[in-house]
Ligand binder design. Structure first.
Ligand SMILES: [Zn+2]
Length: 398
């Protein structure tokens, strides 16, 4: 197989459905758990000793493990990978040899063509580009160079999944409306993170997964990175049953104030706690609540946890607002406080993959959305600054 892969500028994922391989369930039955993923982790964490540790697995086992588990990932979960476009910007070379950039544009649908090019779809499939969705500024080429273009980087495009562009809008505007994105400003922002002399396969961002090399690698155990991250109306009914039921007799109304001998955190007013808490990891927040009775009592209210949900998981997990509403419909008093806190912790812990927790089911799409929004965070301020610069230029020229 020749050529090389290039990936989505926003999620770092593959731009062709056929890059995603599913394993034969019978072959998977004999595999050690997540062998390929463990191999990658060993390579990253123990560059000097990973080969020794992997010798206990034979090659056939390892080869088979570089495919996704069909029991974890459904084929419908990856259909979104087939809907790709690219962001470009018109330019022309001036007489002095410098490029002058014009309008930004989004290409018609296409796929990655294996040799550095984004190729417009012209087959009979339902994914075919139609004339109805042509961007007026699109130069209407049959193919476009991704990330690099010979010795310079003028005229390149940044390929993406349509779903990812909506998530980019969600990260910037708190709503998944891609038409709100200014194409010129976004192109310039992406260019800041493009290194045409680097690997040139995606932007210089931390995509929160293993580095992808010449071809997309399907790490068995990391299926969530290709699971559909879109916001969907029917997701709530599938998410609600996953929220664990409360303890049969939760401890509420406890007061240990009279036992406190010394609590340096008691000097922290409520407003300061409100400022500090969103910056703490959930583990640190829990530790602080355990360390100080004052902090514990100040953070027991429903309002506090509702606010915590709004400032953290709600950004990448908007469905959590509806889950909270349904949860507290028929409860009141301190049980509401407990449920809001439990929901915050569940939304934080259940949607991030760790060594001890493999995300599965409908949470995979949420975990992927969270990963993508974290990866693109560095683009947001650069984009907003570009936008401001453009607006200042326009006002100045009036
Ligand atoms: Zn993507």
């Amino acid at each position: 197989m020749g050529g090389w892969h290039r990936y989505c500028a926003i999620c770092g994922g593959p731009l062709n459905l056929f890059d995603v391989e599913f394993a034969n369930p019978a072959a998977l039955a004999n595999l050690p758990k997540h062998a390929a993923l463990n191999e990658r982790r060993l390579r990253e964490e123990k560059p000097m000793g990973w080969e020794e540790e992997m010798k206990k697995f034979d090659h056939a086992t390892l080869d088979a493990s570089y495919q996704y588990d069909p029991a974890v990932l459904d084929k419908t979960d990856i259909e979104w990978l087939g809907f790709c476009r690219a962001l470009g910007r018109c330019y022309e070379e001036l007489e002095n040899g410098k490029p002058e950039y014009g309008k930004g544009y989004i290409t018609r649908r296409g796929t990655y063509g294996l040799y550095g090019e984004f190729v417009i779809s012209r087959d009979e499939s339902e994914n075919e580009s139609s004339d109805a969705d042509i961007d007026p500024n699109d130069p209407l080429q049959d193919s476009y160079e991704c990330y690099e273009h010979g010795a310079d980087e003028d005229g390149i495009v940044f390929p993406f999944h349509e779903t990812c562009f909506s998530i980019l809008a969600l990260a910037i505007y708190d709503e998944p409306t891609p038409t709100r994105i200014d194409k010129e400003a976004m192109y310039t922002a992406m260019k800041v993170f493009n290194d045409p002399h680097g690997h040139g396969n995606y932007l210089e961002l931390d995509y929160g997964m293993g580095e992808q090399e010449q071809y997309w690698t399907c790490y068995h155990g990391e299926e969530y990175v290709v699971c559909d991250p879109a916001l969907k109306n029917n997701l709530i009914s599938r998410l609600l049953p996953l929220f664990p039921p409360p303890a049969p007799k939760p401890i509420i109304g406890l007061s240990l104030n009279h036992k406190v001998r010394s609590d340096p955190f008691s000097k922290l007013p409520y407003d300061i706690l409100l400022t500090i808490f969103p910056y703490l990891s959930p583990t640190s927040a829990l530790a602080l609540m355990c360390a100080s009775w004052h902090v514990h009592t100040q953070t027991r209210s429903f309002k506090f946890w509702e606010w915590m949900i709004r400032t953290r998981p709600l950004k990448w997990f908007p469905e959590v607002a509806e889950i909270l509403e349904k949860l507290v419909e028929n409860i009141s008093g301190e049980m509401r406080d407990v449920e809001a806190r439990r929901l915050f912790l569940w939304a934080e812990f259940a949607t991030v993959q760790t060594r001890d927790w493999t995300v599965t089911g409908p949470l995979m799409g949420i975990a992927n959305r969270r990963r993508i929004m974290k990866a693109i965070q560095p683009i947001v301020p650069v984009y907003l600054a570009e936008l401001q610069k453009a607006e200042a230029g326009q006002n100045g020229s009036e």
